[in-house]
Design a protein around this ligand. Structure first.
Ligand SMILES: Nc1nc2c(ncn2[C@@H]2O[C@H](COP(=O)(O)OP(=O)(O)O)[C@@H](O)[C@H]2O)c(=O)[nH]1
Ligand SMILES: [Mg+2]
Length: 283
């Protein structure tokens, strides 16, 4: 069974067309209207999609998590996700499904060669680079997943950082990830958020995700370097004091600050590291 899962927030203008074209290519469609204030949910329901509604808008991450959870219960062979704003072409669905059937666990529909506005292209490059997943287009919401892996990819992120998070989970779990070229349309109303906020949301989420995966590297290493610098400065201050009987206050202040910052960072690194180990073991 091939299942489509569509996060849709205030997309009444485009949802019907997306559903008509998607339903031709999949067996069942789930839509999360996520507190939409327009007719997105009603339209999807009347067209025969199963609709998950939220009382209020919780964000794309929450929407995807609920879609995945519902999908898990339906036991599909393949889950395809796509945007509800008409940016993705449902005629690409069979190629994304075929790549799963050929052995991939996760297939990312990537906009390598698509005609993307320059600003978006640059933003996407930065966000994909920062994600450290080795994937070219980490922000694409047009993807397919082997039904069995959905449970392992349950995201925790609430907002737009979710697309990166799912890929990181897939990388962590050594899944086979494949990128397949897709087209994308930038006509009409294609963005829910201001690109700056959208970019920051994804960037901060990505930094957070990396930091909790590798806390010793992310906080511990800078902390250690800071302590080394502090030690050097203290040593210098002491020898200066011994020679001239003068306390060089500026250097002392920097040394104290470096000691404080280094100690804090080391403490954060160790606390996070222990916390994460405990959480991992309890899973
Ligand atoms: N359920 C839900 N879907 C959302 C939310 N924000 C965005 N989406 C959907 O996610 C998809 C991509 O969002 P969009 O704003 O177009 O992202 P962009 O094209 O990368 O700027 C669209 O189908 C949106 O309707 C949200 O808060 N909740
Ligand atoms: Mg869009």
């Amino acid at each position: 069974m091939i299942l489509a899962a569509i996060p849709a927030f205030n997309e009444e203008k485009s949802i019907a067309k997306v559903l008509v074209q998607t339903m031709k290519r999949v067996d069942k469609v789930l839509v999360c209207d996520d507190g939409s204030s327009d007719e997105t949910g009603e339209i999807a329901r009347s067209m025969g999609a199963q609709v998950i509604s939220h009382e209020r808008n919780l964000g794309k991450g929450e929407a995807l998590r609920d879609l995945f959870r519902e999908a898990q219960g339906l036991n599909p062979d393949v889950v395809v996700t796509l945007d509800a704003d008409g940016q993705h072409n449902p005629s690409d669905i069979p190629r994304l499904v075929a790549a799963i059937e050929a052995g991939a666990d996760v297939v990312v529909g990537s906009r390598f060669s698509a005609d993307i506005p320059l600003k978006r292209r640059l933003g996407n490059k930065v966000l994909s680079g920062v994600s450290m997943t080795g994937i070219t287009d980490t922000q694409s919401g047009f993807r397919s997943y082997r039904g069995k892996v959905i449970g392992t990819l349950m995201p925790a992120e609430m907002g737009m950082g979710v697309d990166t998070e799912i890929l990181k989970l897939a990388v962590d779990n050594k899944m086979k990830i494949v990128e397949v070229p897709i087209g994308v349309s930038y006509e009409g109303d294609t963005s829910t958020y201001n690109p700056v906020f959208h970019g920051l949301d994804v960037l901060l989420a990505s930094v957070k995700q990396t930091s909790i995966r590798h806390p010793l590297l992310f906080y511990g290493l800078p902390g250690f370097v800071s302590l080394l610098v502090a030690a050097g400065l203290w040593w210098w201050t002491l020898s200066y004091f011994r020679e001239h009987a003068i306390l060089e206050t500026n250097v002392t202040i920097v040394a104290a600050a470096a000691t404080l910052v280094g100690t804090l960072l080391m403490a954060v690194a160790i606390i996070l590291w222990v916390l994460i180990s405990v959480v991992r073991e309890s899973r």
